[in-house]
Design a protein around this ligand. Structure first.
Ligand SMILES: Cc1cc2nc3c(=O)[nH]c(=O)nc-3n(C[C@H](O)[C@H](O)[C@H](O)COP(=O)(O)O)c2cc1C
Length: 382
């Protein structure tokens, strides 16, 4: 076990939000003003960054991050990048522009995409492994451009001549974050990634994946950092936390679960998605798949399908178990993302020793209007 502080990121729900899974009840659309509220809350509460996913079901994460950056002060924006959507030179320019606009707060999460039906709509017809072959070529060129090189490159998928990035990034080097659990994905991670991301599988399963990723990197004389993408349902007591988890799926029908699982099985070729779906097998009666690890989100949500559920000390202890495996960053989320950002920051940050974003405390008047005990730090010092 370790007491090193975890880097805690939050999530911007660019495909919408709500209080219940698989239901229109209380649905919140991905309106920019709402995204702004979440980003500003995460910024003020002390989250280190926020992930924005990419896909046809998402408001564009790059445009959204660019628009959110001036409304925040410290929050870093980790936007997903699908290499097949444009050339490495184009993406390098976008990356550098966003890094400068945000004054060094921009990060990229390279994801090849795992749904051929959806990718076809984007004009990407490569097979699973060919997408990773393309991603490897992409990252070779992209990383060299970010490093300031003039690049000539001829690959199977990508060719550039005299490619250059004339407006550099602020961060140097700008780290590459990467998600993908298949063999082909691990190979690309070993070669090119700085931070390897994984969805929240049970710790024993995750230990194997982390070992495999480490091995691929070590073969190339490289090391990786690791990030865990997981939901968090934290409340003052265990009972309240489990009640909140149950409440999330109260309006979720068996038909909706079956339809979602069928879609994932038929349309997705992602190994990571298969590993997530296998955790619950579409059954709502066996959702605690490891102590405090609940697979209910994955009944209808693609990708990150598990949540840590419990009181602050318990959730903190579970995160420490992941940290002991090598996790440095946790990308957390919860429905709805505005309220749950407060829950995580106010309940879990103290248990994890993460500093809140608070810059100052009130004076002696605190307490008189029912807030606080009156024993403010300033009053105590006087
Ligand atoms: C933390 C994390 C975030 C991801 N975000 C996205 C995303 O925003 N959009 C997307 O299309 N795929 C995303 N993916 C999935 C990747 O596209 C992945 O390459 C795909 O599922 C195929 O993976 P495989 O190597 O497991 O077969 C993400 C994966 C992880 C682990």
């Amino acid at each position: 076990m370790t007491d090193r502080p975890l880097d805690m990121f939050w999530f911007i729900p660019v495909s919408g939000d709500g209080s219940y899974l698989g239901s229109d009840k209380g649905i919140r659309y991905a309106e920019f003003d709402y995204m702004k509220e979440i980003a500003q809350a995460a910024d003020r509460l002390g989250f280190a960054g926020a992930l924005l996913p990419v896909g046809s079901h998402c408001e564009d994460p790059w445009i959204t991050a660019a628009a959110l950056a001036p409304h925040t002060k410290r929050l870093r924006f980790l936007a997903a990048l699908r290499p097949g959507l444009a050339t490495p030179t184009h993406w390098a320019r976008q990356t550098a522009a966003l890094d400068r606009i945000s004054e060094g707060r921009f990060l990229v999460n390279v994801v090849s995409g795992g749904d051929p039906v959806e990718l076809a709509g984007d004009g990407i017809f490569l097979s699973h492994d060919a997408r990773y072959a393309h991603a490897a070529e992409f990252l070779t060129v992209f990383r060299r451009l970010l490093a300031g090189e003039t690049v000539d490159f001829v690959g199977e998928h990508i060719r550039v001549e005299g490619a250059r990035l004339l407006f550099p990034t602020v961060q140097s080097p700008l780290p590459i974050w990467f998600g993908g659990s298949s063999d082909a994905g691990l190979e690309v991670a070993g070669e090119h990634a700085d931070v390897y991301l994984t969805w929240g599988e049970p710790p024993a399963q995750l230990a194997e994946k982390i070992a495999a990723a480490r091995k691929r990197a070590a073969l190339r004389g490289r090391t990786l950092k690791f990030g865990l993408r997981i939901h968090i349902i934290v409340r003052e007591t265990e009972r309240e936390a489990w009640d909140a988890a149950d409440r999330l799926i109260t309006h979720l029908s068996d038909d909706a679960i079956a339809a979602a699982q069928r879609k994932f099985a038929l349309e997705s070729d992602s190994i990571g998605q298969k590993r997530m779906s296998a955790l619950h097998g579409g059954r709502r009666d066996r959702l605690e798949i490891a102590p405090n690890l609940w697979a209910g989100v994955g009944l209808v949500r693609r990708g990150a399908g598990t949540a840590l559920v419990g009181d602050p000390e318990t959730v903190a202890a579970r995160l420490r178990e992941y940290q002991a495996l090598g996790i440095d960053t946790v990308i957390a989320s919860g429905y709805p993302h505005l309220e749950e950002a407060y829950k995580v920051a106010e309940l879990l940050f103290p248990a994890l020793g993460i500093e809140s974003g608070r810059k100052w405390s009130h004076g002696t008047a605190v307490g008189e209007y029912g807030v606080g005990s009156g024993a403010s730090p300033r009053a105590a010092a006087e």
